[in-house]
Design a binder for this molecule. Structure first.
Ligand code: NAI
Length: 395
């Protein structure tokens, strides 16, 4: 461990990049690294996955060339920088290896143990996990100080955010280095503590859960709640977005976050969504979710904005963002970047809270708490402190 620390202290730019897992995420990460000028080796246990990944990338670049966004020389050069293999041994020269294989701690741990026998002492091992503890994964390694989370968002080449997540064991310099490398790859990195959901999957929970509560109470319809959020600048309302993500996936993320916080009622999943999963109405991909889809096109009228609906959802989002600051998950700057660059929010939630004023935000939350008497509406202690001290997030 001492040796590794010394080696890593002189951290080199990532030039030779390994990616394991050539599915949706791994293929995207390989493309990003190759576009940044790195030499990439993409490894997958399945040669079919590698073939599919190569064909998909060729299609992506063909389209980019047709649209005049990339020259055919550059397209050729980028694709030429990605080699593909079914053998992890090919990764021996890599400065960093990013894994994007199945979301299973045991399988990922085995891979990291194998990788440690292949790569050099100073190579960094990164994980794209969205729900596992980076710390638990680092524990599998002989040299856990070289492990870091690099959480990309789907579709990775288009979404700028990367959550950089140091494990408890990660040497501090590596977190800074990873932030700088992600910037060099053209990404917008946000530093997040290794806590359930990191930034985005935690802070975004109320976008879905509060909308579901409003629906279950009969305050407004699916289409009207979606319209209310779109009127505030969100590209999609919560129900359209859940239909797109898939209720199996969205419900699983909510359940994982809820379990990881030992059942904190703030994160409790909604019965309505469980029913959709039970019915296998998974959203767009099955043709039926909150909406019906015919040939992938959403049916029904677009809805109208209902007064008070967006404010209630936004207040819960802002409260969650403030609480993430309070619990040291990330800085206000990084939380605002994360929500804009990872899930396309029209504004940073905390900058938005500053516009409303902390007092106004607390009034809405207190009114909800009083009406429902539920713990989920508790105001973050940080907001109370700020109100007392007359502070704002960025003032
Ligand atoms: P995927 O199912 O599309 O691809 C996984 C690939 O890994 C497959 O091609 C499979 O053959 C390969 N693979 C599995 N085990 C392997 C092993 N032991 N060695 C080599 N290759 C192996 O999965 P996807 O969606 O790309 O997700 C990958 C990771 O990224 C997961 O950890 C997931 O949680 C995370 N993630 C996924 C996001 C998404 O929206 N899909 C977003 C952010 C993170």
């Amino acid at each position: 461990m001492g040796d590794v620390r010394r080696y890593l202290r002189v951290m080199k730019a990532w030039k030779n990049v390994g990616v394991v897992g050539a599915g949706t995420m791994g293929s995207g990460i390989a493309q990003i690294a190759a576009q940044a000028g790195c030499d990439v080796i993409l490894v997958d246990a399945s040669s079919d996955a590698l073939t599919r990944s190569e064909a998909n990338l060729a299609k992506v670049f063909q389209r980019l060339v047709e649209k005049g966004r990339v020259s055919s020389e550059d397209a050729h050069a980028v694709q030429g920088r990605i080699r593909r293999s079914t053998q992890v041994q090919e990764l021996s020269e890599c400065d960093v290896v990013v894994e994007a294989i199945v979301e299973d701690l045991g399988v990922k741990s085995n891979l990291f143990q194998t990788l440690e026998t292949v790569v050099s002492h100073d190579a960094v091992l990164a994980t794209n996990t969205s729900s596992l503890s980076v710390t638990a994964l680092a524990r599998a390694c002989e040299h856990p100080s070289r492990v870091v989370g690099l959480h990309f968002f789907n579709p990775a080449p288009l979404m700028a955010l990367v959550e950089v997540v140091p494990a408890l064991q990660t040497q501090p310099e590596l977190a800074d280095h990873a932030m700088a490398q992600m910037q060099a790859w053209g990404k917008a990195p946000a530093l997040a503590k290794d806590t359930p959901g990191f930034i985005v999957n935690r802070v975004a929970r109320p976008f879905y859960s509060e909308a579901l509560r409003i629906l279950e109470e009969g305050v407004a319809s699916v289409a009207d709640i979606d319209a209310s959020m779109r009127a505030k600048g969100f590209r999609m309302g919560p129900f359209e977005l859940m239909d797109l993500i898939g209720h199996d996936v969205n419900y699983a993320v909510t359940s994982t976050v809820h379990d990881s916080f030992y059942g904190d009622p703030k994160y409790r999943p909604a019965h309505t969504q469980r029913q959709l999963v039970a019915a296998h109405w998974l959203g767009r991909k099955t043709g039926q979710g909150f909406y019906t889809y015919v040939d992938g096109v959403k049916q029904g009228d677009p809805g109208v904005a209902v007064e008070g609906v967006a404010e209630r959802v936004l207040a819960m989002l802002m409260n969650e963002a403030a609480d993430a600051v309070f619990w040291q998950v990330a800085s206000p700057e990084h939380i605002d970047v994360a929500m804009q660059k990872g899930v396309n929010y029209p504004k940073g939630l905390l900058a938005w809270a500053d516009e409303w004023g902390v007092g106004e935000l607390i009034n809405i939350l207190d009114a909800l708490r009083q009406r429902y008497g539920e713990e989920r509406y508790r105001v973050s202690p940080l907001l109370r402190d700020m109100a007392r001290q007359g502070r704002s997030f960025f003032g």
